[in-house]
Ligand binder design. Structure first.
Ligand SMILES: Nc1ncnc2c1ncn2[C@@H]1O[C@H](COP(=O)(O)OP(=O)(O)O)[C@@H](O)[C@H]1O
Ligand SMILES: [Mg+2]
Length: 214
């Protein structure tokens, strides 16, 4: 991946070769600025690489049209971002329903599905709460429930515990791990939280845009 800003070229990712296996919790670690978010964005089809290919579930996503790519993302990938990205004026349930609308889930299923998904992340009694009435860990769990809408086979998370204290951080990580193991989802997670290493099946280290697979 090369970023061009004015006359400057930044070669941010070099010779990346990474396999992520079905059902694994795969971590992407490395210092700040090493290219983790850029790589996750490319793997999730949010950024198009300058060269190279990304194959997900047998599909080369780098050759898809914008429209097909966005449909592919909606169907197969759930994203969890660092800053929760919840709508402050919507309840936990309504935040989850926004994703259902986007994914084309029939409106008569919204209430029940939101309740089920929020129950799944331990927030069954918080469906009518607004984000400002939830702790950081609870907000992140709403974001996880939202990413689980439609049961995407792949979950991508960019530093999901960065804003959390160690207790809620660990709760969020165990939740993601259980999802991977019980739901046979694949979890690809960016982190520089060393506590998370013990729940990972695989860890890839990025440094200066280069990958060391362990
Ligand atoms: N849109 C962009 N234009 C130019 N440089 C960028 C852009 N996005 C990221 N970078 C640069 O790429 C490098 C890697 O960034 P990033 O992937 O966000 O790292 P990390 O997530 O590991 O902290 C950084 O040096 C950053 O400044
Ligand atoms: Mg980042």
């Amino acid at each position: 991946m090369v970023f061009q800003t004015g006359s400057q070229r930044y070669h941010v990712l070099k010779q990346i070769d990474l396999d992520v296996f079905h059902g694994d919790v795969h971590l992407l670690m490395g210092p700040s600025g090493s290219g983790k978010t850029t790589l996750l964005s490319i793997l999730g089809g949010i950024l198009t690489p300058t060269s190279g290919t990304v194959k997900i579930l047998g599909q080369d996503i780098t050759t898809l049209s914008r429209q097909k790519l966005s449909r592919f993302r909606r169907q197969h990938i759930g994203f969890i971002f660092q800053g929760f990205n919840l709508f402050p004026a919507l309840t936990a349930a309504d935040n989850v329903k926004v994703a259902m609308k986007l994914k084309g889930i029939k409106p008569h299923l919204w209430d029940k599905t939101a309740q089920t998904l929020l129950g799944h992340v331990g927030l069954g009694d918080k469906v009518d709460h607004y984000p400002h009435d939830l702790s950081g860990g609870q907000k992140q769990r709403v974001a996880i429930a939202r990413a689980l809408v439609g049961h995407p086979p792949i979950i991508m998370a960019d530093e999901p515990t960065a804003a959390l204290d160690s207790h809620s951080g660990h709760a969020v990580i165990s939740l993601l791990r259980n999802l991977a193991k019980e739901g046979a989802s694949t979890v690809l997670m960016v982190t520089h939280d060393p506590r998370i290493k013990d729940v990972a099946d695989r860890i890839a280290y990025l440094e200066d845009g280069m990958l060391n697979d362990h």
